[in-house]
Design a protein. Structure first.
Length: 115
């Protein structure tokens, strides 16, 4: 969240019934949170889901079929659950997230240096 804040990246915190005293900016009304999530993903064409089964499935259920999705998780059931729920556009990568992110950052830096 800190990196999102300092880099002006939009995010949404939605509560659940398991929350015990959520942060002030957490949307605790699940229907309102779902409405806001649908609004925020309206114009995306690519979604990277990293190491969070419940959030990946929740967002995957809201995404239109034309959105490209990559799901990275050490637990293969996350990718399976997304596919079982109809997110057939999902490409799954079963691995530890830390080396994936390290490689992603290195590749993005290489691309940036080439331009």
């Amino acid at each position: 969240m800190y990196e999102c804040e300092i880099n002006n990246v939009d995010y949404l915190l939605a509560g659940s019934i398991r929350d015990d005293g959520p942060l002030p900016e957490v949307v605790t009304d699940v229907l309102e949170a779902q409405r806001l999530m649908r609004q925020k993903i309206r114009d995306i064409s690519y979604c990277l889901m990293i190491a969070t089964t419940l959030h990946s499935i929740a967002v995957g259920n809201l995404l239109p079929a034309w959105v490209q999705v990559v799901c990275v998780d050490i637990n293969p059931s996350t990718v399976i659950k997304l596919n079982d729920r109809g997110s057939f556009q999902t490409v799954g990568l079963v691995t530890d997230v830390e080396p994936f992110l390290r490689a992603l950052v290195a590749d993005l830096e290489d691309l940036e240096n080439q331009s």
